[in-house]
Design a protein around this ligand. Structure first.
Ligand code: B3K
Ligand code: ZN
Length: 855
């Protein structure tokens, strides 16, 4: 497949200010007609290229006339020779939504019809200039059977509707805001709406509607509250108001990712809309509000100002993730939110940045753009924006955003435009900061602190290296903003106000004065930069910080580092000293000043994958053993404390307050440790929690603990969970994933059995991820020495590739980590990648991921 390069960007040859689309909708055969008013852009004589993907033109008219010799196909595209500078081009095609298993373009889900266009799905519906820098005003007419599809929605405002002969009806929609094709959406459905309203700060009323199958209406309250809170927050924090009379959200069961920000018609994976206590965990509730906010915030960061080309994707995604993270932090506990975001970054983005698929947040090239909706573009992209916020301060950052929106409203912009707006508004030179957009790889910072008691001085030396990544062997040092504090070892107090140090070269030295007692270093507080800190602090210093640091993130971080050091030491030497971890955990667990949510976060052992990331050669079995040994010891030695924590966090009434959520969190974590202690009554306690729970968080928590155990209670829970929720797809996903995450020795047998279960299907991305995705994230099971996990993943992936390449390609990365494993496993992993490459008809999505993984 051809490689598309950022440097090859050329402005569009033709513009398309006005378009009219007509859809005669039917699941088996839908007719789509496009009427494009095109204008030549600049002096050239190139033909008009209309992108298509799998389309056959049934008619092509130029200025109302069929002109057979004026157009021809060029591969999937339609080329039209146009003599003048302005013409009207009309085309007509027929497509089959129900045969569309890629879930891109117009497709059927649960009997309804919906679209997904970003990034290049629009061209699967009608010949079009399908690129984000061509913005058009749309009018849309839909016709469909009225009984089957009573609801007809598109972007903007409904401008006409009515009945037609033969039981059919129509609706026309007009969107006054010019937009690129990727933000187009259409829905024809039999759904009911939760309707509400919001009045913007300038007094404009907005009708809000969340469309779901009627029985799910009671599960939309949380999403609606999140939508209203997001609208108010964007006004307050960014001064951004909503700009249309309606805002619609439609939930569908079959969706390739989380949700889509189509102008005024967001379409969502139902897992990010539906929530009630019986079926959704606290994490699910947070997922709903976070994704609703994210998509809403795109109305400005993405829609009003969009991207010039797909290399600029982080312009809208990194910025919008930063915005949704800030929103969530403001709604609840900022510290816990930051801990969760950093955990996700380390779990998903750091490995990507250290592996064969590493790329800068603004990539230089791609074969298939769908492969670049990555943790790097999204989550590292958000960290880059956060660093700007940290370095500029909130006022200048806001001024930069205002300038960016004012300058680029209604246009397609670049990352460079964003940085220039930040510079112009703040007066800060960001020349070197731009390297963060261009260089891949996670910087490593070595920090060494020395103390000179006689002069009451301390000297901190910082050194930066950025590792080589594919295509980028040499790197330059980047500006790294580090929030730093020193604490007195005896007094436990900070010596001075926290400092913000920007390490802007390979090395720097910072002098601290008035440091009378030995200082302990607290660095990268709040995770002010997305880097790896190598500070070589002793177990005693880390334990000290975990108890005394005044930055909650830094306390968490110290505990994690202590656990990681202990576990990595145990794996590499075979010797483990659990004492310091046990004492530090005891201190935190029994600190009455701390809230349960924070305690719960801190008690989570680092994941097996994360421990592996710290090692030269990953030994999944040794890591698992070391981690379970620590868990057992923590469970046994602190059994009384865990039982106290368990009892004290018994929530007696379901509430969504941070306190109640924290209590539920801690409760299940405590249950896990009680189980690990080997206590005889543990499985019984877990089964009681499972049965008595009045909410999914507690039930699923107990289910997860039981799923790991060899006790007979495990089988009881599996059967009971299935019986209770067999008709609820989203909960059934949990039933699959919980079993696939199990550390039992027979997990792979069970996973293979579940892949033949009548409720398993490759056609639904959520279900696929809940079994196959979960298994490949289960380090112990996926890396079973004989390679059975690798083979299972590959078998599934190849099958999915025939249906839905975009989703198949997302399953590749775990195999791409082969360089990190021993020779035996590496060879088995490579053999599976090679097997994919040798498969005829492989999609370009999977081809790109696999060929890069083997390179
Ligand atoms: N912009 C969409 C993602 C589209 C992914 C296409 N593969 C959702 C979001 O980031 O908000
Ligand atoms: Zn987004």
């Amino acid at each position: 497949p051809p490689v598309i390069r950022r440097e090859d960007y050329r402005k569009p040859d033709w513009l398309m200010p006005d378009v009219h689309l007509e859809f005669r909708l039917d699941p088996a055969r839908t007719q789509v007609a496009g009427r494009l008013e095109v204008t030549r852009n600049g002096a050239h004589n190139r033909p008009l290229r209309l992108n298509g993907d799998g389309l056959t033109p049934l008619a092509v008219l130029i200025d109302g006339e069929p002109q057979a010799d004026a157009w021809r196909m060029d591969g999937p595209d339609l080329l039209v020779d146009l003599p003048g500078d302005a013409h009207v081009v009309e085309t007509r095609v027929e497509i089959s939504p129900e045969a569309n298993s890629q879930l891109m373009g117009l497709y059927a889900s649960g009997g309804n019809l919906c679209t997904q266009c970003e990034p290049e799905g629009f061209r699967r519906m009608v010949f079009f200039i399908d690129r984000p820098d061509v913005l058009s005003r749309y009018t849309v007419r839909m016709e469909a059977d009225k009984a089957r599809f009573p609801v007809l929605l598109s972007n903007g405002d409904r401008t006409a509707s009515g009945d037609l002969d033969g039981g059919r009806h129509f609706a026309e929609w007009t969107d006054p805001f010019p937009k690129p094709s990727y933000l187009f959406a259409l829905v024809a459905a039999d759904l009911a709406a939760n309707v509400d309203s919001f009045t913007t700060k300038s007094g404009r009323p907005v009708k809000l509607a969340i469309w779901v199958v009627e029985k799910d209406l009671p599960k939309t309250e949380h999403a609606m509250a999140a939508l209203k809170a997001s609208m108010a927050w964007d006004e307050k924090v960014y001064g951004r108001e909503y700009d249309l009379g309606e805002f619609n959200i439609v939930a569908v069961a079959d969706f390739n990712f989380g949700a889509m920000e189509n102008k005024s018609l967001n379409i969502f994976n139902s897992r990010y809309i539906l929530a009630d206590p019986e079926t959704a965990t606290d994490i699910d509730y947070d997922g709903v509000s976070g994704v609703v906010a994210h998509e809403y915030f795109h109305n400005w960061s993405g829609n009003r100002v969009t991207c010039r080309d797909w290399f600029q994707l982080s312009l809208k995604e990194g910025f919008t993730v930063f915005r949704d993270q800030s929103f969530t932090a403001d709604q609840g506990s900022a510290a816990v939110k930051r801990i969760e975001d950093v955990r996700l970054l380390r779990a998903a983005q750091f490995p990507e940045d250290a592996g064969p698929l590493a790329h800068p947040i603004r990539p230089e090239s791609y074969m298939e753009v769908s492969n670049f909706y990555t943790a790097t573009v999204y989550n590292k992209g958000a960290e880059i924006i956060r660093m700007l916020h940290t370095m500029l301060g909130p006022q200048k950052f806001r001024a930069g955003c205002d300038l960016y929106f004012a300058r680029h409203d209604g246009t397609a912009a670049t990352c460079e435009d964003f940085v220039v707006a930040m510079e112009d508004a703040s007066g800060v030179d960001l020349t070197r900061f731009r390297l963060w957009y261009a260089q891949a790889g996670t910087p490593r910072i070595r920090a060494a602190l020395s103390h000179e008691p006689a002069g009451a001085r301390a000297l901190l030396t910082l050194e930066q290296t950025v590792p080589p990544t594919p295509g980028q062997p040499e790197k330059q040092p980047m500006p790294v903003p580090l929030r730093i504090a020193l604490f007195g070892e005896r007094s436990g107090r900070a010596f001075e106000e926290e400092r913000l140090v920007v390490l802007d070269g390979e090395r720097c030295e910072i002098l601290f004065e008035g440091i009378a007692e030995r200082p302990v270093l607290s660095i990268n507080r709040g995770f002010s930069a997305p880097v790896i800190i190598d500070a070589a602090r002793s177990a005693a210093d880390l334990a000290f910080l975990s108890a005394h640091d005044d930055d909650p993130f830094a306390r968490y971080e110290a505990m994690q580092q202590l656990m990681v050091d202990t576990l990595v030491g145990a794996v590499s030497t075979g010797q483990a000293d659990h004492g310091p971890v046990i004492e530090a955990v005891r201190t935190t667990l029994t600190d009455p000043a701390l809230d349960s949510a924070f305690i719960g976060e801190t008690m989570l052992l680092p994941s097996e994958a994360f421990i592996g990331d710290q090692m030269a050669v990953v030994d999944p079995v040794a890591i698992h053993r070391a981690r379970e040994a620590l868990r057992r010891d923590l469970g046994g030695q602190l059994e009384g404390e865990w039982r106290d924590a368990y009892e004290r966090s018994r929530a007696n009434r379901f509430e969504l307050s941070p306190q109640a959520k924290g209590a539920r969190r801690l409760r299940t974590i405590a249950l896990g440790f009680i189980m690990a202690s080997g206590a005889e009554d543990a499985a019984g306690i877990a089964l009681r929690q499972f049965h008595e729970a009045d909410n999914m968080t507690d039930r699923q928590g107990a289910f997860g603990v039981l799923a790991n155990s060899l006790a007979p209670e495990r089988d009881v829970a599996i059967a009971a969970f299935y019986d209770r929720f067999r008709d609820n797809g989203l909960v059934l996903d949990k039933w699959f994933s919980t079993q696939a995450f199990s550390i039992r020795p027979d997990t792979l047998d069970r996973v293979e059995e579940l892949s033949r279960h009548p409720d398993f299907t490759l056609a639904n991305p959520n279900r696929l991820r809940s079994l196959v995705g979960a298994m490949s994230g289960n380090q112990l099971v996926f890396h079973e020495a004989g390679g059975r996990g690798y083979r299972f993943l590959t078998d599934m992936l190849l099958e999915v590739d025939g249906l839905n390449p975009q989703t198949a390609a997302k399953l590749v990365p775990p195999l791409g980590r082969w360089r990190r494993f021993d020779e035996g496993r590496a060879a088995l992993m490579k053999a599976e990648l090679q097997r994919m490459l040798d498969t005829p008809g492989l999609s370009k999505d999977v081809f790109e991921q696999v060929s890069k993984s083997l390179a």
